[in-house]
Ligand binder design. Structure first.
Ligand code: PEP
Ligand code: MN
Length: 278
């Protein structure tokens, strides 16, 4: 990246704080985003929202799903969006959902608190310009094989189009991890990004690993390396989930993890202020 970019620390030294509903991310504010991979039906999303509220800050749920196979569940579309918004309202949680195409951006932006650009669309420049031209904050996920510079330049498209409210998300990249993990979570990206950009950075250990029993250790590691939050998939019945069950935590496990993350965050903040020993 040559020259001065809007995303760079040189351009703006102080941390950007992104506001989602009333939740702040960045500048010392950490946020936990949780919810199912896909909104499946009214009972599912209402139950998950009920069980994570108080511990999660933002509710996630896919309505328009970017599935690798065209024969996999594609999401409930408009109906999923409606159910997600209803669940968020019922339990006082702002909501984030993915947009797949330019045509749906305006309609979705009217209803949700944050728009997600998925890994598969990180370099969909028309879509980046479109979300840059609206007013809701954007969660931009790193592409499956994207470099850190490419992620920053994707964010630059959104800022250059007029929207400064962007949160970056490390969600794992393709390596030769074989079948034991779905992706390789690149935690080194977090401190590198924090050095290069003022934008908040969160980590998604669910897609980053593909396995629910790796989510807890990597969520903790994410905060330890300086992430401004995590995004975690939660499902009441992971075995029956229509997408990403194997990487989904049950709500009670999510709640326990969130409590541990709070304690870890307190420890880290104490240290950054010099701690008990000054
Ligand atoms: C998601 O978070 O719903 C998702 C599809 O993740 P990714 O774009 O990182 O694969
Ligand atoms: Mn998923």
């Amino acid at each position: 990246m040559e020259g001065m970019h809007l995303v760079s620390r040189e351009y703006k030294p102080e941390d950007t704080v992104v506001t989602v509903g009333e939740v702040r991310i960045g500048g010392g504010h950490r946020a936990y985003i949780a919810g199912p991979c896909s909104v499946e039906d009214e009972g599912q999303i209402m139950e998950i929202a009920r069980l994570i509220q108080g511990r999660a800050h933002i509710l996630r749920g896919g309505a328009f799903k970017p599935r690798t196979s065209p024969y996999s569940f594609q999401g409930l579309g408009e109906e999923g969006l409606r159910l997600l918004v209803q669940a968020g309202r019922a339990f006082g949680l702002p909501v984030v959902t993915e947009v797949l195409s330019e045509e749906e951006v305006e309609r979705v932006a009217e209803q949700v608190d944050m728009l997600q650009i998925g890994a598969r669309n990180m370099q969909n420049y028309a879509l980046l310009k479109k979300v840059g031209a609206q007013k809701k904050p954007v969660l931009l996920k790193r592409g499956l094989a994207a470099t850190i510079e490419e992620l920053l330049l994707a964010a630059e498209y959104i800022l250059a189009a007029g929207n400064p409210q962007v949160v970056l998300c490390e969600r794992g990249i393709r390596t030769f991890s074989g079948s034991l993990t779905r992706n390789t979570l690149d935690l080194s990206a977090v401190p590198i990004l924090k050095q290069l950009t003022h934008l908040p950075v969160i980590v998604d250990p669910s897609h980053g690993t593909g396995r629910w029993n790796l989510v807890e250790p990597l969520a903790k590691a994410a905060l330890a390396v300086g992430a401004d939050g995590v995004m975690i998939e939660v499902h009441t019945h992971p075995q029956e989930a229509l997408s990403d069950g194997p990487q989904s935590l049950k709500p009670e496990r999510f709640r326990a993890l969130a409590a541990e993350l709070d304690a870890l965050a307190e420890f880290l903040d104490g240290r950054s202020r010099g701690g008990a020993n000054g």
